[in-house]
Design a binder for this molecule. Structure first.
Ligand SMILES: C[S@@+](CC[C@H](N)C(=O)[O-])C[C@H]1O[C@@H](n2cnc3c(N)ncnc32)[C@H](O)[C@@H]1O
Ligand code: SF4
Length: 382
């Protein structure tokens, strides 16, 4: 395990249309986006961040969104160049870009590869045309699979996302869809349970009884199907929603889950920077145009920059680390918190079958404990 991983997250905040379930910081603009202006602002924010945390070696870079596959490859290349001017970049750096699986976007994949991207993550969401329509997606299943094929032709590493626990979904239907997906997948799949997020059109429809999603028991059965089918195909979960062949995990997301250091660049990006022995939580202005103006005026878009207390740092370590199948190292918790985890609480969770201790002394949540992860973390946290 890398102990000094340093990741850089770059946020592209635009999409062609807003999906009715999505509450990410993504915006639709009808006028053309001035990418050159964004490149200048990204470059300024990278320089400002490097001045605060110099000397790190960049191990992972992740272009997330929004829809980063709407960026011109030259824009992506310019951001990567700016990063390389300010920090040494590891020879085996992982550079991921999130892409929507439309034919137009797939035509840019080669350009991304030439620019330095070496992994793509495609938002396929479903392999069923009716479900894709319901989810408000602009692509159909054929187009998505064609984009996966283009990804496979251009990148050694690719992944795609599916959303399950959709209205009316049965375990048999999901198992069949998942098997088709696995046949197309390389080494990695992200499988998210549909979440009804506040302030989305799905929230209003759900509240009005017009969108019925599987209840807790049905969702649990779909989750169990997911684990069975994926583990059977050699893609076990390494995190609640992420499956990979061993060794093919997304290293950037592991930076978050293992509570390593990362910089957040772009509108609404979050960072965790270790400065003068303190862990600082940073966040930038969310609104794209306001972020641009702020960066142009101040050289960065940060609107919140707080030192976390020992307890907050330790709790965050638990919250993130217990999402992982590998669990957490109790000794690292003790160092962060300044005191060990409460053995009585651990004993109770052990008895309930929610957690287990591995042969090398790590604490991890069991398969039975995962659906109640929030409660387990709340029980253990400071
Ligand atoms: C921020 S999106 C970026 C990817 C790209 N824009 C796309 O949608 O294809 C990352 C992933 O989050 C997942 N996601 C977004 N909203 C969700 C929700 N309400 N419930 C479950 N998964 C969701 C989708 O699978 C999506 O691919
Ligand atoms: S799911 Fe992806 S494409 Fe849809 S609005 Fe969210 S970020 Fe944009």
């Amino acid at each position: 395990m890398t102990t000094n991983a340093f990741g850089i997250y770059v946020h592209w905040p635009f999409c062609l249309s807003k999906c009715p379930y999505c509450d990410f910081n993504s915006h639709v603009r009808h006028a053309a986006i001035d990418e050159a202006r964004f490149v200048r602002a990204f470059t300024a924010e990278i320089a400002a961040t490097a001045a605060r945390v110099p000397g790190r070696t960049v191990s992972t870079i992740f272009f997330g969104g929004g829809t980063p596959s709407l960026m011109q490859p030259a824009t992506v290349g310019a951001v990567l160049d700016a990063i390389a001017r300010h920090w040494p970049v590891a020879a085996d750096v992982e550079v991921t870009l999130e892409a929507n699986p439309s034919s137009v976007e797939a035509t840019r994949f080669k350009g991304y590869r030439i620019a330095g991207v070496n992994r793509v993550s495609l938002g396929v969401q479903a392999l069923d045309d009716v479900a894709l329509k319901e989810l408000g997606r602009l692509h159909n299943a054929r187009e998505a699979l064609d984009a996966v094929a283009v990804a496979r032709g251009n990148f050694e590493r690719y992944s795609f996302d599916l959303i399950y626990a959709r209205p009316g979904q049965t375990t048999a239907g999901w198992a069949a869809e998942l098997k088709r997906a696995i046949a197309e997948a390389g080494e990695h799949l992200s499988l998210y349970q549909l979440t009804i997020e506040q302030d989305t059109p799905f929230f209003a429809l759900h509240a009005a009884g017009k969108l019925v999603v599987p209840d807790d028991d049905a969702a649990r059965a779909l989750y169990d199907t997911t684990q069975e089918v994926c583990a059977g195909a050699g893609l076990p979960a390494y995190e609640i929603s992420n499956h990979a062949r061993p060794g093919a995990e997304c290293r950037h997301n592991l930076v978050y889950w293992r509570a390593h250091e990362y910089a957040g660049i772009g509108p609404g990006a979050h960072g965790r920077l270790d400065i003068d022995g303190e862990r600082r939580a940073t966040a930038t202005e969310r609104r794209p145009e306001a972020w641009l103006m702020r960066v142009e005026e101040h050289g960065h878009g940060i609107v919140s920059d707080e030192a976390l207390t020992q307890e907050q740092t330790a709790d965050e370590f638990l919250l993130m680390g217990l999402r992982l199948a590998e669990g957490v190292d109790p000794a690292r918790y003790a160092r962060l918190a300044g005191r060990p985890l409460d053995p009585k609480r651990i004993a109770i969770l052990h008895e309930e079958g929610a957690v287990e201790t591995t042969a090398d002394g790590r604490l991890r949540v069991t398969l039975a404990g995962f659906p109640v992860l929030d409660a387990v973390v709340a029980d253990l946290a400071a």
